[in-house]
Design a protein around this ligand. Structure first.
Ligand SMILES: [Zn+2]
Length: 109
């Protein structure tokens, strides 16, 4: 039992006056320490991004005839499978990824 030792970040970082002012206000309203408030904020954002990732991971499986979550295997040569029937969707997903890439890069290199 007892207090769990906290991991502390010793490095300082810079915020704008505007942000600092708003942060102070938010902390006062909630009677929280800035570190607690930041921690909560970051957690929320992390959850939001994780959620988004999960949603982006949905793919229409022709085998299941519905949107399913894809299972990803590997890092360099990623393979994508339907998490429900196991159908290999690697080609389709890679095609979509290429389309997204081309769409965001209009000027080329
Ligand atoms: Zn499927």
């Amino acid at each position: 039992m007892g207090r769990r030792k906290e991991f502390k970040v010793g490095k300082s970082f810079t915020l704008t006056i505007k942000t600092l002012g708003w942060m102070a206000e938010q902390c006062q309203e909630r009677e929280m320490k800035a570190s607690e408030w930041l921690e909560r904020l970051i957690c929320k954002e992390r959850e939001r991004l994780n959620d988004q990732k999960r949603r982006n991971n949905k793919y229409h499986c022709i085998g299941c005839n519905k949107d399913v979550i894809l299972k990803v295997e590997g890092f360099v040569n990623q393979k994508f499978y339907c998490s429900e029937c196991g159908k290999d969707h690697t080609e389709g997903v890679k095609y979509l990824m290429r389309m997204n890439k081309d769409g965001s890069k209009t000027q080329g290199t």
